[in-house]
Structures are given as C-alpha cells and as structure tokens.
Design a protein around this ligand. Structure first.
Ligand SMILES: NC(=O)c1ccc[n+]([C@@H]2O[C@H](COP(=O)([O-])OP(=O)(O)OC[C@H]3O[C@@H](n4cnc5c(N)ncnc54)[C@H](OP(=O)(O)O)[C@@H]3O)[C@@H](O)[C@H]2O)c1
Length: 333
C-alpha cells in the first residue's frame, strides 16, 4: 500500500525553457495552496509562463510571493541556474460558470496560444448544495467548470499543436472516483441527495471524479492532437482539501484519527503530491500514441481506473449530456 518512491517522477529530468526564447504557456486552476502550489513552483523553475486561475486575488498574489522566494532559495543552491518563468493572476470562480468565459477572454488578451491546461482546483466531501448554475456543488467545481474551461480553451491548445508542439490537458481526479464505481451513475444523477449525507457526499465526489477521467478519455478520442491525462495525485493530508472534516464538531475526532492512519500508511508530502501532475505536464517521454487518455497515480505511475471511468460509452453520455446542459444555460459550446 505504501507508495514506491523509486518510481516517482523526478522533475529535474524534464526540459528547462528560457521564456525569452521559448514561451511555454500554462493555465492552472487553484494552485495558490496544496499540491497545486508545488506544481506551479516546479513549472516556474522550468521557465514556464503560468496563469494561475483563482477566486481570491490576495491568496494568489501571496502564493506568487512565496513561490518566488522558494524558487530563489532553491536556485541559490545550484551551480547552473535556469531562468525562471512568469506568474500571472486570472480571476475564476468555479462556482460561477459565467466567470469562465470571462477568464478565457482575459487570457486571450495576453496570449495567443496555450501549451498546458491543468484542472487542479477541487473540493471534497462537502455538505450537499446545489449551485446557482444548478449542479451539485462537487460536480460543478471538480467537473462541469473544468469541462467548460477546456471547451473554451481548445482553440488556444490547438493553435500550439499546429506549431509541432503537443499541447497537454491534465485533470486532477482521485482514487476517490472508486466511491462511485459500485454502479453506473448517469450525469443527470449528479444531484443525488440520499441519506445519510456523510456517506453520500463521498459518492457524489466519486461521480465528479469519475466524470473527470471519462472526460480525459473522451478528449483522447475527440481531440487526438492533444495529450490528455487524468491524475490521482496520492493521499496528501497536508493540503486544505480535508479542512471541512477536520473542523466538524465531534466527527472531527474520528476523521482526524482516520486521516492520521491513512497518512502513515500511504500518505505523501504536498510536493510529492505534485509529481504525477508534473510528469503529465513535463515528461518528454510521453507521447500521443502510447499515453493519450491515461490515468496516473501517485508519483506518475500508470494505473487502470474503474470500469465506469474507463467505459467510453458512459464517457460519451457524460460528454453529450453536459454539452446540452451548458447550451441550455447559454454557453456557446
Ligand atoms: N489532497 C489529496 O489527498 C488529494 C487526493 C486525491 C485527489 N486530490 C485532488 O487534487 C486537487 C488539489 O487538491 P489539494 O489537496 O491541493 O486541495 P486544496 O489544498 O484544498 O486546494 C484546492 C484548490 O482549489 C481551489 N478552489 C476550490 N474551490 C474553488 C472555486 N470555486 N474556484 C476556484 N478555485 C477553487 C482552492 O482555492 P481557494 O484557496 O481559493 O479555496 C485551492 O487553490 C483536487 O482536485 C483534489 O480533488 C487531492
């Protein structure tokens, strides 16, 4: 069960770019905290131009300050220093779908192409809520908002592929997708509200995370010139993802005990949690023929996801239903 660290991706083996000569552009959702913070740190150290799409500007700017300091510290210990990239803020709130075309517009005013899109932001195991866009909250933040963002950014990714560089889409799913593997949930069941919520919230998380893997597999079919990878980053107890359960009255004692055991048995650090994403973004060994639509787990090891997540027919249902729902809400997809 314990992760085999000898198989973890080493970001230092990936190419470094000089942003003055080769402008490699990344857009990541979240990233101001948790594993996304380390993803951004390493991409910045490798010379990438990073757009961090977040909902709170002050948090993103603070993350930039800390990432720049950490990069300077790491570079000060090296004999050969590589030029660092650039860090830019873009406003996005995945709980408000109207913010997505606005974020894409803001991006298009600065860049003409996109190399890597990372759907990193997420929430987990939160109480039942329906968003103002009329989706279950975990389904919207983890899946629908990223689906819309991907559809809106496809032209910018495709532009890069015309120049001979393979653009990449990386979506942070989770081993938790298996919570929804005991039966086939249709996308219209995203608002599943059964008792007790403390159990069904995990099924809803599983539905959202299964949909993300289905999306990656559909992208591999529908957009074969883009390398799309789904990731389970590992069990990382040091991020803010578990905060809701850590703070629940009474329940928090049991939850924290379970978290402590999970951490001991299979936990990895926040930085190790970024490695699977970094491999999907940067490894020169990946290619469209052998890796498109794959699912990476902790450290970047390839694994098979659940049958529901791998089923292309189910994936197509998820895609088609969601396109229609977005169109009903006025999005031009
Ligand atoms: N940690 C784990 O053990 C684990 C395991 C499997 C999968 N994952 C997945 O890995 C990804 C990153 O998780 P993490 O552990 O790094 O979590 P985290 O520390 O809680 O970070 C989540 C990020 O998502 C952002 N976010 C949440 N809601 C948002 C919204 N409505 N609009 C825009 N941004 C929003 C957060 O921004 P704010 O700071 O503004 O809230 C934060 O930057 C998630 O997709 C998660 O499901 C994590």
């Amino acid at each position: 069960m314990s992760p085999n660290r000898s198989k973890f991706f080493n970001p230092e083996t990936a190419p470094y770019y000089d942003p003055k000569e080769d402008r490699r552009v990344v857009l990541i959702t979240g990233g101001n905290t948790g594993i996304g913070w380390y993803t951004v740190l390493h991409l910045y150290l490798h010379g990438y131009i990073i757009y961090m799409a977040g909902r709170t500007e002050s948090k993103v700017l603070k993350a930039f300050e800390d990432i720049k300091k950490e990069a300077e510290l790491r570079n000060s210990k090296l004999d050969k220093i590589h030029p660092v990239g650039e860090l830019h803020y873009i406003h996005i709130d995945l709980l408000d779908l109207s913010s997505i075309p606005q974020a894409v517009k803001a991006f298009s005013e600065k860049e003409s192409k996109l190399d890597i899109l990372i759907g990193n932001a997420g929430i987990m195991g939160v109480p039942y809520k329906v968003t103002k866009d009329d989706y279950e909250i975990q389904y919207q933040v983890n899946f629908v908002a990223h689906f819309l963002l991907i559809l809106e950014l496809l032209p910018y990714l495709k532009k890069e592929s015309k120049s001979g560089i393979t653009p990449r889409i990386v979506l942070l799913s989770s081993i938790g997708h298996n919570f929804a593997s005991y039966k086939h949930f249709k996308p219209e069941q995203n608002k599943l509200n059964c008792f007790p919520n403390s159990i069904y919230t995990w099924v809803r998380y599983g539905i959202a995370k299964t949909s993300e893997i289905q999306l990656v597999k559909q992208l591999a079919v529908k957009e074969p010139e883009i390398l799309s990878i789904a990731v389970h980053p590992g069990i990382i107890l040091g991020t803010e993802l578990y905060n809701h359960w850590r703070e629940l009255p009474i329940v928090k004692y049991a939850a924290n005990a379970v978290f402590a055991i999970s951490d001991k048995v299979m936990g990895v650090s926040n930085e190790e949690g970024a490695l699977a994403t970094l491999k999907a973004c940067m490894s020169p060994e990946l290619n469209l023929k052998k890796d498109n639509g794959e699912y990476f787990v902790t450290g970047g090891v390839v694994e098979k996801p659940s049958k529901n997540a791998s089923n292309l027919k189910y994936g197509e249902e998820t895609w088609d239903w969601n396109v229609k729902e977005l169109q009903k809400r006025g999005f031009n997809v």
